[in-house]
Every structure is written in C-alpha cells, then in structure tokens.
Design a protein around this ligand. Sequence first.
Ligand SMILES: *[C@@H]1O[C@H](CO)[C@@H](O)[C@H](O)[C@H]1NC(C)=O
Ligand SMILES: *[C@@H]1O[C@H](CO)[C@@H](O)[C@H](O)[C@H]1NC(C)=O
Ligand SMILES: *[C@@H]1O[C@H](CO)[C@@H](O)[C@H](O)[C@H]1NC(C)=O
Ligand SMILES: *[C@@H]1O[C@H](CO)[C@@H](O)[C@H](O)[C@H]1NC(C)=O
Ligand SMILES: *[C@@H]1O[C@H](CO)[C@@H](O)[C@H](O)[C@H]1NC(C)=O
Ligand SMILES: *[C@@H]1O[C@H](CO)[C@@H](O)[C@H](O)[C@H]1NC(C)=O
Ligand SMILES: *[C@@H]1O[C@H](CO)[C@@H](O)[C@H](O)[C@H]1NC(C)=O
Ligand SMILES: *[C@@H]1O[C@H](CO)[C@@H](O)[C@H](O)[C@H]1NC(C)=O
Length: 441
Amino acid sequence: MNSGRKLHFWILVFLFVFSIEEAIDAYPQFTCGSHGIKHDINQTGDLPKVTCLAPSQTVHLDANVQIECEVISSTYANITWFHNGKSLSEKNKSFVKIDRLSCGQTLKIKFAGREDRGQYTCAATNKFGTVNKTCSLDVRDKSYKPPPQVEYVKIDGNRQTAYLHGTVTLKCKLLHVEADAWLFNGTRVSHGGRHKMIRETTNAKHKRLFALKIINVTEKDEGRYTCLAYRSGIYQTKDLVLKTEPCPSCHHCPPEGNQAFPICSSPSPSPIRLSTSDNDHDPKNKEIKHPPQVKYLKIDGKRQTAYLHGTVTLKCKLHHVEGEAWLFNGTRILHDDRHKMIRETTIGKHGGLFTLKIINVTEEDEGLYTCMGYRGGIYQTKDLFLETEPCPRCHHCPPEGNQAFPISLLPSCNRGRSFHRPDSVSILLFAVLAFSSIKCD
Ligand SMILES: *[C@@H]1O[C@H](CO)[C@@H](O)[C@H](O)[C@H]1NC(C)=O
Ligand SMILES: *[C@@H]1O[C@H](CO)[C@@H](O)[C@H](O)[C@H]1NC(C)=O
Ligand SMILES: *[C@@H]1O[C@H](CO)[C@@H](O)[C@H](O)[C@H]1NC(C)=O
Ligand SMILES: *[C@@H]1O[C@H](CO)[C@@H](O)[C@H](O)[C@H]1NC(C)=O
Ligand SMILES: *[C@@H]1O[C@H](CO)[C@@H](O)[C@H](O)[C@H]1NC(C)=O
Ligand SMILES: *[C@@H]1O[C@H](CO)[C@@H](O)[C@H](O)[C@H]1NC(C)=O
Ligand SMILES: *[C@@H]1O[C@H](CO)[C@@H](O)[C@H](O)[C@H]1NC(C)=O
Ligand SMILES: *[C@@H]1O[C@H](CO)[C@@H](O)[C@H](O)[C@H]1NC(C)=O
C-alpha cells in the first residue's frame, strides 16, 4: 500500500515536470514576465529591445488615445514612462497603464487635451541598462476646423455614360463644407432650365450629398464636371468626365432616367440587318415605309377609371412592330402575379392587340401607362393615365372585372340618402339582406 502511494506520487511529479517542459518547448523564444515583459531566452546579457507606438496622425480633442510600448528583454525589466521629460505617475488622473500578456505596456489617455501633446518616452530597464524610445502625440484644439473634402463624385446608378434625351444625375458627397458648386468645363453651373441641383444632408451633420441632375441630355453636355467643396478660404475638388451615348437599339430609355430597358420580344443583335436584303444599301428605306405604330391605347369596357380590388385591362393596338412593351411611370412592366400581358395577332403579321391585365387593382397602380411599339431602331408610344376609384355605394364590383353592378333591392339604395317610410315588403327584404353578406354601405 505504502509503496503504491509512493509510486503514484512520483508519477504525478513526473507528469508535472513533463508538462512544464512541454509548455516551455511550445514557446521556446521568450516568456512574459510579471509586468508583461518578454524574456528573450535566445539572448543573454543584452539591453532590452523597445518599440514605442503612438497614433501617427493628429488626434481629436477628447479622443481616447493609446500609446504602446513593446519590450523584449533577456531578463526581468521595468517600464517607466515620461511625458516631455517628466516622469508620469499613475496618480495622473487621465493616465492608465495597462500591462498586457502580449509582452508590452499600453498607456491609455482618456479625453486627450492640448496639455497631453508632446513626447512620450518609454524607458525599459533591465539589469544590463536602460533603453529609451520616444514617440510623439499631437492633439487638435477646439478651434480646429477640418478642411472641406469631396469624398466622391459619380454618375448615379452605377453608370459610366448618359443616354441621350434621358436624365442623368451626378452625385457628389461633401464633408465639412460651407459652400459647394458644380462646374462644367471649369464654368459654374447654375440651377435652372435643364440643370437641377439637389442638396441632401445626411445623418452625420458634417456630411452632405450634392447632386446635379441634367435633364434631356444632349451631346453638348459631354465634358468635365467638377464638384467643389469650400470652407474658410480652402477648397477641394473632384472631377468626372461625362460621355453620352444614344439609347441602344431594341431598348427603351425613359426620359426621366438614365436606364435602357430591352423591349424586343425576341432579342436579335441587329434587327435592322435582318429586315433588309443584301442589295439594299440604305437600311432605313424599308423602315420608313412601315414605321411602328400605336393605333390606340384605352381601358377596356369603355371605362375611364379602374375599380379598386377589381381587374382592369388596358388595350393597345399595334401595327408593324418587332417588339412591344408596357411601361408604368417610365419603367418596364414585367409579367407577374398581378400583371398579365397578352399578345393577340389579329390582322396579318403586322397588326396585333397587346393587352395588359392588372389584377386586384390598388391605389398604387395609379399612374402613367405607356404602350410602346418598336421596329428597326424606331419606336412609337402612346400614354394613358390610369386612375382608380372604390366600388360605388350600393354596387357590387366583381374582382375579375372592372364593372359595378347596382344592388337595387334596398330602399335606401334606390332613393339615395332620403328616408321614406318603408313598406312591409322592403322591411322583409332588408331583413333578408342583413343576413346575407352583401355589403351596401
Ligand atoms: C531564437 O532562436 C531561434 C533559433 O535560432 C530562432 O528561430 C528564433 O527566432 C529566436 N527567437 C527570437 C525571439 O529571436
Ligand atoms: C531616458 O529618458 C528619460 C526622460 O527623458 C531621461 O531622464 C533618461 O536619462 C533617459 N535615459 C537614457 C538612457 O537615455
Ligand atoms: C502628472 O503628475 C505629475 C506629478 O504627479 C506632474 O508633475 C505632471 O505635470 C502631471 N502631468 C500631467 C500631464 O498632468
Ligand atoms: C523594477 O522596479 C522595481 C520597483 O519600481 C525595482 O525595485 C526594481 O529594481 C526594478 N528593476 C529593474 C531591473 O530596474
Ligand atoms: C429635348 O431636347 C431636344 C433638343 O435637343 C428637343 O427637341 C426635345 O423637345 C427635348 N425634349 C424634352 C422632353 O424637353
Ligand atoms: C467641354 O470639354 C470637353 C473636353 O474637355 C469638350 O470636348 C467639350 O466640347 C466641352 N464642351 C463645352 C460646351 O465647352
Ligand atoms: C388584393 O390585395 C389586397 C391588398 O392590397 C389583399 O389584402 C387581398 O387579399 C387581395 N385579394 C386577392 C383576391 O388577391
Ligand atoms: C406614378 O406617377 C404618378 C404621377 O405621375 C404618381 O402619382 C404615382 O405615385 C406614381 N406611382 C409610382 C408607383 O411610382
């Protein structure tokens, strides 16, 4: 029993020593001392190696600043700090010294003030001597005004050019400005006509978005646009060169934007060439004979508005088209759950009805609907402004149509709001209707 315990003890001692050796083997280069100083066990009899790190740029007033001192020493070492040659004791309220396990020391300065500017010296002392490393800190004062800055200038919508006859928006982000301006080829652009300037402040008070909108873009708008930021006699600028391009063929470029929407039902890379023979050297000849045509655009059922929650059909008659599209407020409508597009070829190859069915109409469907016919680089459009209205009182509007059917059984419906003494028949009918689900109010 006794010898068994002894054996047990020695096994434990062995394991303990072994695990310490393992730990040392895992980090053979150095260990960290009680003050977080690295003991370089490769070196013997040498001065400590010291690195001092402070923010390289001027810090703001009241900023939290950290100055770091990294020390590698073969033996135990102490760190002392000096500020402009004077020893820093931890009693100084705004200073906190933190010894880190990563073999260094951090000096934290809370709410940095002008008095904290200057030279910080980190002195590391081991038994072989002292090494000083100094780094400097600069703190801005209260009256400091950051210079004006143009963060970026770009064309809105991730575009590189502007489509002719469209509207392009140039965006500029400004910081710390008193005044701003847009220049075109070096001349100041003024608000008005085809140029609109829009200023938007952001959540951060010192930032501002400054946009220049150019409406109905022409080739003469090509050139260098400069966004200028100004403050207290200092200014900064950033440039952008704007180029224009025509709307690509088989595309629609709405005048209120800088986008191109494909409109050909069967995309073909060169529709003009397809429609001309090899002998025909003027491809336009054929197109001019039969330009695309939008004959009419109307609401189905001789209606002027659409009933809310109903289904409205917009009818468009097209002639000589290769492609067609429906636009809502200038944006192409895609076939989806609430929008059904139906093409009906009626008269020969070149004539057809192109309808748009809007299901479960909401107030948000109000706006400008455009029917467009396209052929060989030419397009024609017709517009219609759709308005909605709720189903009238005492009417039933079935969800699958755009009609209102009078529910005339109720006396109050027949005679408007005036009240007449009801006879017994209508009282009975009223009772019947009250239990049915037809709503009449
Ligand atoms: C210590 O010496 C080893 C081998 O010579 C080397 O790989 C290692 O980087 C040295 N450690 C330090 C901290 O210089
Ligand atoms: C280190 O800097 C302190 C304060 O500036 C100074 O008193 C000391 O003499 C310096 N020591 C060495 C070795 O440079
Ligand atoms: C820090 O305190 C010492 C005395 O404790 C004083 O001499 C020194 O000026 C103080 N430094 C700052 C920056 O307040
Ligand atoms: C480190 O500092 C302590 C107390 O401040 C001092 O007693 C000790 O001698 C110092 N060691 C070295 C190597 O300077
Ligand atoms: C756009 O400008 C052209 C001339 O460049 C003009 O003919 C056209 O009417 C203008 N369009 C609009 C919508 O102002
Ligand atoms: C603006 O400058 C560009 C080149 O920098 C030039 O091609 C263009 O014609 C100029 N436009 C005007 C209106 O001055
Ligand atoms: C119609 O749309 C409304 C929301 O606008 C929705 O609550 C309702 O369920 C829809 N009705 C049908 C038949 O889809
Ligand atoms: C469409 O345009 C009309 C006016 O032109 C506007 O009242 C409506 O809010 C627009 N609708 C949408 C969804 O953009």
